[in-house]
Design a binder for this molecule. Structure first.
Ligand code: SF4
Length: 494
């Protein structure tokens, strides 16, 4: 894309796409590598990405450097093309209209898509790490290259959660902290692996859509459920095959003979005595410290969470199966004449049960959601009256997408959205050294609604007029809702 450069000095051109305002020499690019000086012209380095629905949808969107096809404005059904903001460029300061405001007729309705590569100071990523292993205490600082870039936040079912980035790390700390935070967010958002260390916790490598690597070991599975849920799921399968089962879990450790499901099945008391804090029958909290051992606890010896058996109940020869919530750890014991559990060979039926637990554990992945707020100035590139855009999004008259990917817009004020970074074409994110992330954002709505909210109608251009600039057609990411699909926004189309 070409922009109007500022007056040149010794053939340098001045980029006006962000507050850094680089002077760029001929043949060179600016500080962010997004803009360059080509023969005295300021150009956006990456071609503008347009999604074409009719292209082969057999795989993920092709990377920029493996050009699938170029578009020279030839006639393609307008509802089969979607103009993303990737490579569209940034308009700064945003009182100027967005770089592309493109009209298209879709199902007989005139639509418009307003696209811009937004500069986001208020942005970050939420990272979900599918593991029960201890990554670090809640609120602990997460570091990249030694710099604080985020913190451990509230864990979820079977997953640990990290909150990275945000304006305080980007601009509220030292210059290095801001730069490293920006690099970290950029790498994660573009699907690259990043090594993170957590204070008083683990070192992990996170990559969107891939298994997390925790202290050098790739995580394989999520737990099938907490220890109590695992007891409930498998109680019938254990009935008659063993006297006692303990499912070791950092959250809730389950004990079959005491658990409601054991009672229903008529399993007799075994005299087992657990350490930790009893919650309800057969459910124990805090049997050990959190860690990277059995069931996300610190233990490597499962017997360390037991007190001696009750001599008035337990009998020599009784059997006990201990297993973790992923099936990664398991052991079989028999009580000797002193009622001490002694490890014995695992019966085949229980070996199969361990495999069944493993089979029911989903693959462990790292998930990266980019989150950002479309601020007042970005919205001014869409309309002269920005609050009307916000209202239009809330009223579902306007669909927000990020590189053509569906987003979740938070309720409440502003336009704060989240997007799964694996739903975007490759390398869709950039940065500027202020520091801030650059992310594509598109607003799609009916042309008449755009006019009604005070849109920049004199800058609306037909889709066919885009053929004269550097664009690249790529297929949409498989599984994404097509941005013009009529479900969702109240567009009044069939
Ligand atoms: S950092 Fe990039 S966008 Fe900002 S002025 Fe320099 S070249 Fe332009």
């Amino acid at each position: 894309m070409m922009k109007d450069p500022q007056p040149s000095v010794d053939q340098k051109v001045r980029c006006d796409a962000c507050p850094v305002a680089c002077w760029i020499r001929p043949g060179m690019s600016g500080a962010c590598d997004r803009y360059a000086n080509r023969d005295g012209e300021l150009i956006r380095v990456d071609p503008h990405v347009i999604l074409e629905r009719t292209l082969d949808q057999g795989g993920r969107v092709v990377p920029f450097n493996q050009r699938k096809s170029e578009w020279a404005g030839e006639i393609v059904p307008e509802d089969a093309l979607f103009v993303t903001a990737i490579g569209a460029g940034t308009t700064y300061p945003d009182y100027k209209p967005a770089p592309f405001i493109v009209s298209a007729e879709v199902d007989g309705v005139d639509m418009v898509t307003v696209v811009t590569e937004g500069i986001f100071s208020y942005c970050g990523v939420k990272v979900k790490v599918d593991t029960d292993r201890f990554l670090g205490p809640e609120q602990a600082t997460v570091r990249a290259q030694g710099e604080a870039v985020g913190h451990v936040t509230t864990g979820e079912y079977g997953s640990q959660m990290l909150s990275l980035g945000g304006v305080h790390h980007l601009t509220g700390g030292s210059k290095k902290e801001g730069r490293v935070t920006c690099d970290t967010l950029l790498e994660l958002s573009n699907g690259k692996p990043v090594e993170l260390t957590i204070d008083d916790g683990s070192t992990i490598v996170v990559e969107a859509g891939k298994a997390p690597i925790i202290n050098g070991v790739p995580e394989e599975r999520m737990r099938v459920g907490c220890g109590s849920a695992t007891i409930g799921i498998f109680a019938k399968q254990w009935f008659g095959k063993v006297d006692e089962v303990v499912v070791v879990d950092d959250h809730i450790t389950g004990v079959l003979s005491e658990h409601a499901s054991g009672k229903v099945l008529g399993i007799q008391p075994t005299g087992i005595k657990m350490r930790g804090r009893r919650s309800t029958p057969g459910r124990y909290f805090q049997v050990a410290d959190p860690g990277t051992g059995w069931g996300g606890t610190s233990i490597s010896d499962p017997l360390s969470i037991l007190d001696p058996f009750d001599k008035s109940v337990a009998k020599p020869g009784m059997t006990m199966f201990m297993v973790s919530t992923t099936g990664e750890h398991s052991a079989f014991f028999r009580l000797d004449e002193n009622l001490v559990p002694v490890e014995a060979e695992m019966p085949e039926a229980l070996r199969a049960s361990t495999e069944r637990i493993k089979e029911n554990c989903e693959p462990a992945l790292s998930t990266v959601l980019f989150i950002a707020g479309a601020g007042g100035s970005l919205r001014a590139g869409v309309t002269e009256n920005p609050v009307r855009l916000t209202r239009s999004v809330k009223d579902t008259l306007t669909r927000v997408t990020c590189g053509g990917a569906p987003v979740y817009v938070w309720p409440g004020g502003g336009i704060t959205f989240m997007v799964d970074v694996t739903r975007l074409p490759a390398n869709a994110f950039g940065y500027v050294p202020t520091p801030a992330l650059v992310a594509p954002i598109e607003f799609t709505l009916k042309l008449e609604d755009y006019a009604a909210l005070g849109g920049h109608m004199d800058h609306v251009r037909p889709l066919g007029s885009l053929g004269d600039h550097e664009s690249r057609l790529v297929p949409p990411v498989q599984g994404n809702v097509w941005p013009f699909a009529s479900d969702g926004p109240r567009w009044g189309r069939s």
